[in-house]
Design a protein. Structure first.
Length: 486
């Protein structure tokens, strides 16, 4: 049985405690590896290695030297594309048709994007007058923040991990990564690529385990971790904030959401259906930016529901290696229990089940997988748990609205504010409504269209801080002002 070990100071090491846990393929329920669980000993060793690397060759490199290495890391992922693809799909159960176009290419690209960005973003300079008339010059310089604790999620494991590690390393920091216990493989595999690319030992470290009383808690509580970045659910984010308060350490948190889509009667129906199908069902609904609440203007409500139903029922459910599959399994049986509990709540609360609502019949070799049906509901009240709580599964509730003001009020009615999508061909309405939606990112006539130079993050209970472009540099560096008296 394959073992997945920690990557500390450039080497793969096991846990001193001997504790291991199962890595399960969610498409068939089979154990594919055993994962070493980190205790305080391994976390402390990883943080010390990261701290030492800051003072070692990594801290002495020029920006040009550092960014050249990060380009080699990206090329190293691409050179081993099939290996990363296989590992990602075994961990997540997602179709290779999806991961080969999004997860692995974007995971590699994050290193090049931020390596190029750090070379080209200017700081500020000001001349000022002084009483003696000679003046003074102020200028800003960016310096690494230090050791960054990175806690990454299971839905897009490589992509969302490198989205944090890429800019952190580009800025000269070192990292200790705690990947999700569900999806550790590509994060561990990246250690081999780091070594081959010439990344000094201790710059990139990986510890495996769980949250409470395990690797996650030990990492966030460690006093030598200078900042923490996390993507995941809001409750865990609150726990991390409490841990980070000791020592007044900064956090960047992308948290839960219950994102709304608004479909106006003047939309291009084909665009709205295609975009909403993706936003509700892509990656089996396990996308933080996905749409679980859809508000449709009443004149087109029936047509929209019928066409979305047809689109959902046309999705091809299958294992990762099926080239025709575009809908995979959920990440685990534990998560399936959560999703199915909401499917049951919808029934109990009197929802009209437009399609789905259960578990699909799968062939014998896949019967042990974490499969659920893509599901659409109508008819639930606005205060229903299914309408107000994040499910993170392949499902959405569709509700009619009558006025623009009503649609805005409904979209803003929850304590979350991560993302939204608006479908209208009226440009004035698009700008007017988008400006009033309480969310960190609002798409108009599109979904998941991402320019990596732009700000990304949530408002309200969906997060703190922004990543992407120069905004990532603001978190991963300390901006220092130097004042020179002339």
């Amino acid at each position: 049985m394959k073992e997945i070990k920690h990557f500390i100071n450039g080497e793969y090491v096991g846990s001193a405690s001997g504790k291991l846990f199962d890595n399960v393929n969610p498409a068939n329920g089979q154990v594919i590896a055993r994962i070493h669980e980190a205790g305080e000993t391994e976390v402390d060793a990883a943080v010390k290695a990261a701290r030492a690397a800051l003072k070692g060759p990594w801290g002495k490199m020029t920006v040009a030297e550092r960014t050249e290495i990060l380009h080699r890391v990206a090329d190293g992922i691409t050179a081993r594309f099939d290996e990363f693809l296989e590992a990602e799909c075994l961990d997540t159960g997602k179709p290779k048709s999806l991961a080969s176009h999004i997860d692995i290419p974007r995971g590699a690209a994050n290193f090049k994007v931020f390596a190029d960005l750090i070379k080209n973003v200017a700081t500020e300079a000001f001349e000022m007058a002084t009483p003696d008339g000679a003046g003074a010059l102020n200028y800003g310089v960016r310096r690494p923040k230090g050791v960054i604790g990175v806690i990454s999620p299971w839905n897009l494991p490589l992509l969302l991990m490198t989205w944090k590690v890429g800019p952190a390393l580009a800025c000269g920091n070192t990292v200790v990564v705690k990947p999700s216990e569900e999806t550790p493989t590509t994060t561990a595999l990246l250690g081999e690529v780091m070594n081959a690319a010439g990344v000094p030992a201790g710059v990139y470290n990986v510890v495996h385990g769980f949250g409470g009383n395990s690797a996650g808690a030990f990492l966030t509580a460690h006093p030598d971790v200078d900042a923490i970045t996390f993507t995941g659910e809001t409750g865990t984010g609150e726990t991390i904030m409490r841990a980070a308060a000791k020592g007044v350490r900064q956090v960047s948190l992308e948290l839960g959401g219950k994102n709304a889509g608004i479909v106006f009667a003047d939309c291009d129906m084909d665009k709205a259906i295609e975009g909403t199908l993706r936003s509700a069902f892509a990656n089996c609904g396990q996308v933080c930016l996905g749409t679980e609440r859809v508000y449709v203007e009443r004149p087109i409500f029936d047509e929209f529901v019928a066409r979305l139903k047809a689109g959902a029922e046309a999705l091809k459910i299958g294992e990762p290696n099926d080239p025709s599959a575009n809908f995979g399994s959920l990440v685990s049986h534990k998560h399936r229990e959560k999703v199915l509990s909401y499917y049951q709540k919808a029934k109990d609360e009197g929802a009209t089940i437009v399609t789905g609502g259960g578990v699909p019949e799968m062939s014998a070799h896949l019967a042990g997988g974490a499969w659920v049906q893509p599901t659409i509901w109508t008819g639930l009240p606005d205060d229903s748990a299914v309408v107000t709580e994040e499910i993170f599964g392949p499902c959405c509730h569709i509700r009619p609205f009558d006025t623009e003001e009503e649609a805005i009020e409904l979209a803003n009615s929850l304590p979350y504010g991560l993302a939204s999508a608006i479908w209208t061909e009226n440009s004035s309405r698009a700008h007017r409504v988008a400006g009033q939606i309480e969310a960190g990112i609002v798409w108009v006539n599109s979904w998941f269209l991402r320019d990596l130079r732009t700000a990304f993050g949530g408002s309200k209970q969906s997060g703190i801080g922004r990543e992407g472009g120069v905004h990532s540099l603001e978190f991963y560096t300390e901006l220092k002002n130097i004042c020179v008296k002339l």
